[in-house]
Unconditional design. Structure first.
Length: 99
């Protein structure tokens, strides 16, 4: 399993536009068989900060996700609203549950 946490900063005033990109991307990504979890969160304390949590079945599913036309297209659009590059961190799942 591949687990990824990403922190994405929006340019001030671009929070809603970036959130819209996330919503459109999530709708597309939910059709990916190997993408198990794909969640975007916005900080209540610092609204320009977004936390993304992703889980993929395996490396092939992660690679497929990054090569989809919609990921590339919406990703370019997201870049216009981001304040710098995202911070990516890969994890090993230790424990948890999903209801």
């Amino acid at each position: 399993m591949i687990v990824l946490g990403a922190t994405i900063k929006a340019k001030a005033g671009s929070e809603a536009k970036l959130a819209d990109c996330f919503k459109r991307l999530a709708e597309k990504v939910k059709t990916e068989e190997g993408t198990l979890v794909y969640i975007f969160n916005q900080s209540k304390k610092t609204p320009t900060t977004f936390l993304v949590y992703e889980q993929y079945k395996d490396q092939a599913a992660f690679d497929h996700h990054g090569q989809t036309p919609y990921f590339k297209e919406i990703g370019r659009e997201m870049g216009q609203h981001m304040d710098g590059r995202p911070t990516l961190e890969f994890y090993d799942m230790v424990a948890g549950f999903k209801k």
